[in-house]
Write a protein that binds this ligand. Structure first.
Ligand code: NAD
Ligand code: MN
Length: 823
């Protein structure tokens, strides 16, 4: 062919993104078997499923249809590999992860093309975003494997982790799951999405190439109902990490309730894209394109609700429409394409159904005049105006290239509108006024907030949701805690803990504590002499009748039921009565806790002051509280006094932590920074343990308060009087009314009401195994976070078990605020 001919035809040479090498690779390797123990294993069913190219509707390859028996085999392989892998030094694990990152880069082009073929997303995105982020994730976590021993001292891996991922970022979601799990010493059984298993098959090859020990990573493809459910229910899986729809997340929460399996859920969203009238509108238009037409809008954190200040709405919408006319929809392997194919026929049908619904409900539909391919599963970029907040398309995640627009007048209205959804995954804020933007960022319910930017991701910056977008984080240091547990909690720890409890003050750490208690008493001769007298009397003379009411909104109120419950000492003698709280009292308490949310805005310094003051007022009544413990538990006075001392020390600890458990600043590869802010979870319901009636109560209340939450607390039903005695301590310590609300009564029905309550953001439950299960089950209704003890007591005197960062992490959620800068 001559140069002249080339000028004539103007044909391009083959692009490096051509499908040929990937198709060849598929032809050589398919049908794909399961990957277990570093070996290709035929599925027990003998069946294979087809995976298609959504841009053409044609079959790409056949992939094993795994089932429960295959999951059993994979879990067994992972279990066998766990002891070795978890004991592999961090440096060695780091080398493996580093090697994986290198191999991802070496095969970057093949992976990008495979991903585009299987998913339908534009090659420009797989090449420049998905695959580089995958490599970055493995590099980043190679670093954490290296540092685990020093930076996560006192933590150990969980064991075998079941990981379930969606089809929208197949290899990236694999990386987000596999990298932290391996870095922390866990072994993995991964289930790729039904529509997009191919890059996971290539990843299996990489696992072999780098020589990862057999069984560390196992991959089981197949249908959700076969593989996914079997993995979720498998008794030998220690954790499920799931990314997908909120609906399936809820089902998984219910299926794992009470099993003791750890769970992290990255779910759906309906994220707001908020534009103020002083925003740079040309940047905004490009932002909108990235927010909702990136990956055909099949992005969990897609900016799918465009919220515009009224004064500029018309101008912006006109600009967006003009830009939409220029978007090219078509062959995803074409580098000049903006929008590729929708992943599957059924997903396309779902998008069509919701768009029709929008039209029926009266919203104004607009689509550009440009062509959309007829073959394959394509959907044009779509804009809805004249949308009311209650319409289906304004509430439901469409997961397609469909944008809905609404307007607001004031920042106040913008915040209300933005937060008017059950989700809380992400948000973008556009304004040239940094004061306004940061103020609004703080008020949005979202795990990630981008300022004058959107859809930016980095391994160092944790990603995950607030509210019904799930819980847990992927990436960042916070993401590591999803794959470890405190060492003492481990199987051996559990046994020694039980021993420790029986002879509580005799175990190592607690000895130090009660030792302190004694020392202080000894130095205070008067107190010691006095206390001995009281201790002597406590068992013999009838006590003055006390009937504490409930404590709601800073007031002592009678229980709605009008009934009281007797409190008995260990001999069965009645030593008091407490109110029999019911459903209505809990509801009132939740309302009071919400009304007191200003507590979250109090400065950490102010919160510290209040906690110090609570400690001071408790110390002033130390003897009374110790006697109360003697009375309720029959323990020796010295023991009770030690508990009060420990409670005072604990209050000091959390007063100290108030202004020290701070966020961090990440430096992702862009000009700017990410502010990782720790925010309170909101209203937390707490059911207190029976062991250590005062210390158990304050060990939970103090960290939750310190981090700015407001609380509804159910004290130990067996020994509630230590908590009710705190009413006066709280009242005299400048704690705002409603910050702590206390409802006495039976633990099970009351915590059930808390777990079901739609306005409670988290429940901490320290009671029975069955009660733990009930709480986890009920919490699925609004996907609230739970922290339960599965019936295992803690030694609350032991600072390793009874206080520290574990409590602070449960009391907070991380919001990552991306702040790019530069003109
Ligand atoms: P999906 O929930 O239907 O499926 C996700 C995965 O779970 C798939 O592998 C599927 O096979 C499996 N699965 C389905 N039912 C199951 C069950 N009962 N038990 C066990 N496993 C089961 O979601 P999808 O349609 O694949 O993905 C789209 C959804 O994922 C969207 O709602 C999107 O918002 C969400 N998503 C969230 C994030 C995030 O990080 N928060 C990221 C990507 C996608
Ligand atoms: Mn496919």
């Amino acid at each position: 062919m001559s140069v002249l001919d080339l000028f004539e035809s103007m044909e391009y040479g083959p692009a490096p993104e051509t499908a040929e090498p990937a198709l060849q690779w598929l032809a050589q390797h398919q049908p794909f078997d399961l990957f277990i123990n570093n070996r290709r294993v035929k599925p027990a069913s003998g069946q294979y499923l087809e995976t298609i190219n959504p841009a053409t509707g044609k079959v790409l390859a056949r992939v094993a249809a795994g089932n429960g028996a295959d999951v059993d085999a994979a879990v067994a392989a992972a279990r066998r590999a766990f002891p070795g892998w978890s004991k592999t030094p961090g440096h060695v694990r780091a080398r493996y992860l580093y090697a994986i990152a290198r191999h991802i880069q070496k095969h970057a082009r093949l992976l990008a093309v495979l991903e585009t073929l299987d998913n339908g997303k534009p090659i420009r995105e797989t090449r420049d975003i998905d695959i580089p982020l995958v490599a970055r994730h493995f590099y980043y976590h190679a670093g954490w494997a290296q540092l685990m021993e020093s930076e996560l001292a006192g933590y150990e891996p969980l064991g075998v982790v079941g990981q379930i991922i969606p089809w929208n970022f197949p290899l990236l979601m694999l990386a987000w799951k596999v990298a932290p799990a391996l870095a922390m010493g866990n072994t993995v059984v991964l289930k790729p999405a039904r529509y997009t298993p191919l890059t996971a098959m290539k990843f299996a090859e990489i696992v072999e190439e780098v020589g990862l020990p057999p069984g560390v990573v196992n991959i089981v493809t197949g249908e959700a109902g076969q593989v996914g459910e079997a993995l979720v229910r498998h008794p030998d899986v220690n954790k499920i990490a799931f990314t997908g729809s909120t609906e399936v997340g809820r089902a998984i929460r219910r299926a794992t309730a009470g099993s003791g399996k750890r769970l992290s859920l990255e779910l759906g969203g309906k994220s707001p894209f908020v534009v103020f009238d002083d925003a740079d509108l040309d940047s905004v238009v490009e932002g909108v394109v990235d927010a909702i037409w990136f990956n055909q809008g099949q992005v969990c954190c897609a900016g799918s609700r465009l919220l515009v200040q009224e004064s500029i709405a018309e101008r912006l919408v006109a600009k967006v429409r003009a830009r939409m006319e220029k978007l090219r929809v078509g062959d995803p392997l074409d580098k000049a394409i903006d929008i590729g194919a929708i992943v599957s026929e059924s997903q396309l049908g779902e998008i069509r159904r919701l768009v029709e619904r929008g039209v029926e409900e009266g919203a104004q539909l607009w689509q550009p005049s440009t062509a959309c391919p007829r073959e394959g599963y394509f959907f044009p970029p779509t804009l809805f105006t004249n949308v009311a907040p209650a319409m289906t398309i304004a509430q439901v995640e469409i997961f397609g290239p469909v944008l809905v627009t609404m307007t607001f007048r004031t920042p106040e209205e913008a915040v209300t509108l933005a937060n008017n959804t059950r989700y809380g995954l992400a948000a973008s804020i556009w304004s040239e006024n940094i004061n306004l933007a940061l103020d609004v960022a703080a008020r949005l319910q979202a795990g990630t907030v981008w300022i004058n930017a959107t859809n930016l991701f980095d391994a160092a910056s944790g990603f995950g949701g607030y509210r019904e977008s799930g819980f847990g984080r992927e990436g960042g240091k916070e993401g590591l805690y999803e794959y470890v547990r405190p060492r003492w909690e481990g199987a051996s720890g559990r046994a020694s803990r039980r021993r420790g409890l029986a002879e509580a003050p005799a175990s190592g750490e607690s000895k130090a504590h009660s030792g302190n208690g004694h020392a202080e008493h000894a130095s205070n001769g008067v107190a010691l002499a006095g206390s001995e007298v009281f201790a002597d009397l406590a068992g013999r003379i009838p006590s003055i009748d006390r009937t504490p009411k409930l404590f709601i909104g800073g007031k002592q109120v009678r229980p709605d039921s009008g009934y009281s419950l007797p409190v008995r000492d260990p001999q069965g003698m009645i030593i008091g009565q407490v109110g029999a709280g019911n459903r209505k009292d809990i509801r009132n308490a939740v309302e009071a806790a919400h009304a007191a949310r200003a507590w979250s805005g109090a400065s950490p310094h102010q919160r510290a002051q209040v906690l110090f003051y609570v400690a001071e007022n408790l110390a002033a009544r130390e003897q009374e509280f110790a006697l109360r413990l003697v009375q309720q538990t029959g323990r020796p006075y010295a023991d009770a006094a030690a508990e009060v001392q420990a409670a005072i020390a604990r209050l000091f600890s959390y007063a100290a932590w108030c202004d020290k458990f701070e966020g961090s600043i990440h430096r992702p590869p862009l000009r700017g920074m990410v502010l990782a802010v720790r925010e309170p979870v909101g209203v937390i319901g707490i059911a207190c343990p029976d062991e250590f009636p005062l210390l158990g109560f304050l060990s939970l209340v103090a960290p939750a308060l310190a981090m700015g939450n407001t609380l509804v607390v159910i004290p130990s039903p067996q020994a509630p009087l230590s908590a009710t005695d705190c009413y006066q301590v709280f009242e005299t310590s400048d704690l705002p009314a409603g910050a702590v609300n206390i409802v006495t009564g039976e633990r099970e029905p009351l915590s059930q009401v808390l777990a079901e309550h739609e306005d409670v953001e988290a429940v901490w439950y320290f009671g029975s195994a069955e009660g733990s299960k009930r709480v986890e089950l009920a919490a699925a209704s609004n996907m609230k976070r739970t922290w339960v003890n599965y019936g295992h007591p803690r030694d609350w005197l032991d600072p390793v078990q009874g206080e520290g960062e574990e409590f602070l992490r449960e009391a907070t959620q991380v919001k990552n605020i991306w702040v790019p800068y530069g003109e």
